[in-house]
Design a protein around this ligand. Structure first.
Ligand SMILES: *Cc1c(COP(=O)(O)O)cnc(C)c1O
Length: 953
């Protein structure tokens, strides 16, 4: 007898992704009093929406098989040599940055640095980014990144609108020399706000009055470098503010916008080491004058001090942001591009000022040599002065030239029927220039590289040569050897807590496993080196990937169509509301502009509604955190034919499957409105119920929450939207797509190069695995709720006493009994080696915990034990055994420096840093004590401290 050997490959991935093993799962179910996962989820999901799941996906594949499948897809992309430019350039990601940062979970699995004490490493990297941008653009305040150059331009437009003295003007001038994708997004964003974008050639603009702002591009998209000094003065004389989209590499050689009067500089940091990736993700930047800082969009890192007076970093001036100011916020941006900003900042740290200038010089020299050679070959080069980009008047030969170029594996920019464009970059070599000449060769002329190299000089405009020094700060001058850089990256990462060290139980943010197999394809050249505007025939792999992903996401949500373009949840919300708006317009109901939003909503919802030109009406929630249906009905009736939409999160931001969801959707539909279901909580639903089947017309998903894209320390993200068929005609378009209008970001597929992560996740989990993931997410949340409920009240639960995939602990009563605040609890968790849960959202003074399916029972218990021990410490304060002021909670977190200094506290050192014996095995030491936010906002410093201060520290 022979023994049977299973020849198929086992799919172990589901068990790798899901934390609890079978025995643990059973123990947890027993603890909760359920026989099976199905029984548990049947109790959690309301009767009215049961059976709405449509997950028709096939079984999951093993990691090896899925990697082989995606490799085959990737290989359908063709890698041509790109000279297309237009805001996207080839770059060498320095290998130590690739390996030690981009591919390192210590960096990519971190969360947004809202808890500064455990985020000093990535905050320092971001401060370096801000310093880099501020230095290169010549403007003192820079933020920690925006989503892409085009959306940054749109943010600059509304920024000018808020700050211009031309209060009544609705006109914004945009130079026709801007990148076309930037102009497209400006048009999308202007329309709902009633802004008129006047696109024209600034040199032919007779009258600069009457605008509230202007956008110029430097160097221009076609390669020209214009001297804008006089024009900026004219705009200023007419009370308009001026924003300049500028190329960072060019700014190492050219006078920066801040020195010729610009009020704002924006642009992309892509060419500082971030792969093209078919258009994204890349970090955009935004810098401005000091006096405008309070109106700046996006996050800003600032310097403050900790409890011991030591310098410490944290996010500054959060009072400007959407989670505080809601529809009055400066922007709806939430997730930004932190990981990519950190890559760009480290690229500058590694190369230093001399290295960057050398890269810029070489790029420019090669362009100058190329131009001279082309001229000798009889080609008309349109630029007299340029940095790295030329426009060639090729007339009737244009079409043939593109064909010849492609036959040689080269992409030139398709400017129009008469002209082609060429942009060189860091990767260009002599042989590349010669290959370009070859396309224009003629029998009578012999162009010799070396001869031209010896005689061609700079073609930069003399009056615009940069006089000011760049990047004098020590951080850009000390890590130029690989050993030093490697250790700097390690040192920074060691200061932080990311998923590679501990669970991050953040409610609403779904910090689950980002599996290595999901991450591996991201840095393959086949995905990384494609230009977003390369001919479609070269991106067949991406086409396959996005088509398949769209149908996977339709299956997961019950919607009919998906757009992958929005590059964050906030942008998905925006695209979704625009689709609703356009739908109403198409039916002659353009007057519908009221957006109902429950008071419990995430701050992006009202901020987005405002951007989409809607008026926000807040509806009440009842004592259990559910939408107050009668209030909703009353407001739907009151606004009647003005009602445009409802934005509602499901399961609710309180972590509950509201039973009235179908009724809620019906009320809105009955009054002619559309239902936007915020899909940030999709991790409770995949495979169990589907928003597209129980009343939603449109939802965004956060692929960086539910679908495994890592948070990257605050980005990148992908916020695709799913819509029912009637909204499909109004999904975002793009010049490179079938539907041309309505782009919401610069590239047709937004953050395309991280889509393989989600594809891999869904492919490996399959329909059954995804459903199990949702079920275990619910199991884990209910396990924590049950274990902690004797210690802290659980704020909301469904009528069955169960929560969905997250739970809210109410610590407000403890404030009265002990003086201990939610902040104290969050900071004390750091001493236990944990990242705090979400604080004070959606309810002030509470903690929202979402363990996700990826955390094992052991880790859940470790967390619960810490929380229980903290409750015991609070009890000691309540009972007077610990001092009300001088106790380990109020003083948390405790640093090693504090421990070895003079110890004056009324409790022991052991209690301070080893509150549980298990911590002696594995201890995280925070680099700073509790950070003082108020001090930092009063004394705002948003660039690396001065060299003197640095040397003292
Ligand atoms: C995270 C989140 C958003 C915003 O998504 P981003 O990707 O950060 O822009 C919106 N709504 C809810 C409920 C969220 O949790």
């Amino acid at each position: 007898m022979t023994r049977a050997i299973a020849l198929h490959t086992d799919n172990e991935f589901i068990a790798r992704h899901i934390g609890p093993g079978p025995a643990d799962e059973q123990a947890m179910l027993d603890f909760l009093g359920f026989d099976s996962l199905d029984a548990l989820s049947a109790s959690v999901i309301p009767e009215s929406i049961k059976g709405t799941s449509v997950l028709g996906l096939s079984a999951g594949q093993s990691e090896a098989d899925a990697l082989a499948a995606i490799k085959a897809i990737a290989q359908q992309n063709q890698l041509f040599k790109n000279y297309i430019g237009q805001g996207y350039y080839n770059t060498h990601t320095p290998a130590p940055i690739l390996r030690n940062l981009l591919e390192n979970p210590a960096w990519y699995t971190a969360y947004t640095p809202y808890q500064p004490e455990i985020s000093q490493g990535r905050l320092e990297a971001l401060l370096n980014f801000q310093t880099l941008i501020s230095d290169l653009t010549g403007l003192p305040i820079a933020n920690a990144s925006l989503l892409d150059e085009a959306t940054a331009a749109a943010e600059a437009m509304t920024f000018c609108k808020r700050l211009s003295k031309n209060k009544n003007s609705q006109r914004f001038f945009a130079s026709s020399h801007c990148h076309p994708q930037t102009l497209a997004v400006l048009i999308t964003r202007a329309e709902p706000l009633g802004i008129e974008v006047v696109i024209g050639d600034e040199h032919e603009l007779a009258d600069t009055d009457g605008f509230f702002g202007a956008l110029l591009q430097y160097p221009a998209s076609n390669g020209d470098i214009f001297d804008y000094r006089e024009l900026v003065e004219r705009f200023h004389a007419g009370n308009a503010l001026v924003a300049v989209a500028a190329d960072l590499l060019a700014l190492t050689l050219l006078s920066p916008p801040g020195e010729f009067g610009a009020d704002v500089a924006i642009g992309s940091a892509q060419r500082f080491g971030v792969p093209l990736g078919f258009g994204g993700p890349h970090a955009a930047y935004f810098s401005t004058r000091d006096s405008f800082k309070r109106d700046m969009p996006g996050r800003l890192v600032g310097v403050s001090v900790d409890r011991h007076g030591k310098s410490a970093l944290r996010l500054a001036m959060q009072t400007r942001e959407q989670h505080i100011r809601r529809e009055k916020a400066t922007s709806n941006i939430c997730t930004a591009q932190v990981l990519l900003a950190n890559i760009a900042s480290m690229y500058a740290v590694y190369h230093g000022p001399a290295g960057l200038i050398q890269i810029a010089r070489r790029t420019h020299q090669l362009t100058a040599i190329l131009a001279r050679g082309l001229t000798q070959l009889g080609v008309r080069v349109e630029q007299q002065h340029f940095f790295d980009t030329l426009t060639l008047a090729t007339g009737g030969a244009t079409e043939r030239l593109h064909e010849q170029a492609r036959a040689a594996g080269i992409n030139l920019r398709e400017v129009d029927a008469q002209r082609v464009g060429i942009s060189l970059d860091e990767t260009t070599r002599q042989a590349d220039v010669e290959a370009l000449w070859q396309l224009f060769h003629n029998a009578s002329t012999q162009v010799v590289f070396q001869t031209l190299a010896d005689e061609v000089g700079d073609q930069l405009p003399e009056p615009l040569l940069r006089q000011s020094a760049i990047l004098q700060h020590p951080v850009f001058n000390r890590y130029h050897s690989e050993t030093e850089l490697m250790r700097y990256l390690r040192r920074l990462a060691d200061k932080d807590l990311a998923l590679d060290r501990t669970m991050i139980p953040l409610g609403s943010c779904t910090m689950k496993l980002n599996a290595a197999s999901e991450m591996i394809p991201v840095t393959w050249a086949e995905f990384g080196q494609l230009h977003p505007f390369a001919p479609a025939a070269q991106s067949r792999g991406y086409q396959l990937l996005t088509d398949e992903l769209e149908s996977m996401l339709c299956a997961a949500t019950g919607y009919d169509s998906v757009s992958l373009q929005p590059n964050a949840g906030s942008q998905g919300e925006y695209a979704g509301l625009l689709a609703i708006r356009a739908y109403h317009q198409s039916r002659g109901e353009a007057h519908r502009d009221i957006c109902l939003i429950p008071s419990s909503a995430h701050g992006t919802n009202p901020a987005t509604a405002h951007m989409a030109g809607m008026r926000v009406v807040v509806t009440a929630c009842d004592a259990r955190g559910n939408v107050d249906i009668e209030d909703l009905r009353a407001k739907a009736i009151e606004h009647g034919d003005k009602l445009a939409a409802l934005m509602i999160t499901y399961p609710s931001t309180h972590g509950v499957f509201e039973e009235g969801i179908r009724e809620i959707c019906a009320i809105i539909h009955d009054h002619g409105g559309q239902v936007y279901i915020d899909g940030a909580n999709m991790n409770a639903m995949v495979g169990l119920c589907a928003p597209g089947k129980f009343g939603g017309d449109v939802s965004h998903l956060n692929l960086h929450k539910t679908f495994c894209i890592p948070h990257g320390g605050g980005g990148p993200g992908v916020g695709p939207i799913g819509v029912k068929a009637h909204l499909a005609p109004f999904l975002p378009g793009h010049a490179a797509l079938e539907r041309k209008q309505g782009a919401v970001c610069a590239a047709p597929f937004g953050s395309a190069s991280i889509l393989p992560i989600t594809w891999m996740y869904i492919r490996m989990m399959g329909g059954d695995g995804l459903k199990r993931a949702s079920q275990v997410a619910i199991l884990n949340a209910n396990y924590i709720a049950r274990r902690l409920e004797q210690h802290y009240p659980i704020l909301y639960a469904g009528s069955n006493g169960l929560v969905a995939h997250e739970c809210i602990l109410d610590v407000r009563p403890l404030k009265d009994s002990s003086g201990i605040s939610v902040d104290d609890v969050a900071k004390r968790l750091i001493d236990f080696g944990f990242h705090a849960p979400t604080m004070s959202f959606p309810v002030a003074g509470t903690l929202m915990i979402e363990p996700t399916e990826s955390e094992s029972l052991e880790e859940l218990d470790r967390f619960c034990n810490a929380m229980i021990q903290i409750r015991e410490e609070i009890r000691a304060v309540e009972e007077g055994r610990l001092d009300r002021e001088d106790n380990p909670l109020k003083n948390a977190p405790h640093t090693a420096a504090e421990l070895v200094g003079e110890w004056t506290h009324a409790y022991s050192r052991e209690q301070a840093v080893y509150p549980l014996p298990t911590l002696q095995e594995n201890k995280y030491w925070p680099p700073v004590g509790r950070v003082d936010n108020v001090f930092g906002d009063r004394n705002l410093v948003c660039a690396c401290p001065s060299i003197e201060a640095y040397q003292q520290a």
